[in-house]
Ligand binder design. Structure first.
Ligand SMILES: C[S@@+](CC[C@H](N)C(=O)[O-])C[C@H]1O[C@@H](n2cnc3c(N)ncnc32)[C@H](O)[C@@H]1O
Length: 228
């Protein structure tokens, strides 16, 4: 048995408009084949066969970044975690269209997945435009939080990258404050261009396009998991 699921509250939407018939079909046929279950000990070798590394994207939205990374890195196994059904359905359509063999999906709260992973299993994690929860009384809902970072540090390999993007100044400051104070992470930026410009191997997401269209500046923060 894996660890017991914590009774966490997940804020935000779980479902939007009704799925189109083909999307609904993909959810009932393809999703079960790609789903990462948390009931048994999670065997990633079993999940991905001979993948060189395993990467995780937390809150992949409609899956633009995840599918682009999967296509660019066929030697890597990618797990995407997203509780929003319509986003999962969009990713399934991309997987089918692009015939991507190296993506697995956990529909739900990424914190439950982090709890189920063994220590030092992930070579990279992405958290792109997490829900900002701008009101002070909602800050406790933010994904970046002490306990979650402890768990993430545990499942990341030594030297693993953790990439975070946001278009909200306060979330940027919050992220930097939490990550630079954390003993297991270091911020990799050396010059302003390192966080102001999206690296070439960092595909754009839908949320990012909307943020830019609305005139908001996005930041791209890369952290490294310090060696144990
Ligand atoms: C603002 S959207 C950004 C989506 C996508 N990353 C992008 O850039 O287009 C934030 C996403 O995080 C997801 N999310 C929120 N809390 C989460 C959690 N605890 N675990 C996994 N995903 C979560 C939401 O469902 C939503 O799709």
């Amino acid at each position: 048995m894996g660890p017991p699921l914590q009774n966490r509250r997940l804020y935000g939407r779980r479902q939007g408009h009704r799925l189109r018939p083909h999307q609904a079909e993909l959810v009932s046929t393809l999703l079960p084949r790609l789903s990462v279950g948390l009931e048994a000990p999670l065997d990633l070798t079993d999940l991905f066969g001979g993948a060189k590394d395993i990467w995780l994207e937390i809150g992949f939205g409609a899956g633009e970044h995840l599918s682009a990374q999967a296509e660019a890195h066929p030697e890597v196994g990618l797990i995407g975690c997203e509780p929003y059904l319509n986003g999962v359905a969009s990713l399934l359509a991309r997987i089918e269209r692009q015939a991507l063999p190296n993506i697995r999906i956990r529909m739900g709260d990424a914190r439950d997945l982090l709890d189920a992973l063994d220590a030092a299993t992930l070579a990279r994690a992405f958290l792109l435009f997490p829900d900002p929860w701008p009101k002070k009384r909602h800050h406790a809902r933010r994904f970046i939080a002490g306990e979650t970072l402890d768990r993430l540090a545990c499942v990341l390999k030594d030297g693993a990258q953790f990439r975070v993007a946001t278009d909200i100044d306060d979330y940027c400051a919050w992220t930097l404050a939490h990550l630079t104070a954390h003993p297991d992470f270091e911020w990799c930026a050396r010059t302003p261009a390192d966080w102001r410009l999206r690296p070439a191997d960092w595909p754009e997401t839908r949320y990012e396009m909307k943020a830019k269209a609305a005139g908001r500046q996005c930041v791209y923060l890369t952290f490294r998991r310090r060696p144990r």
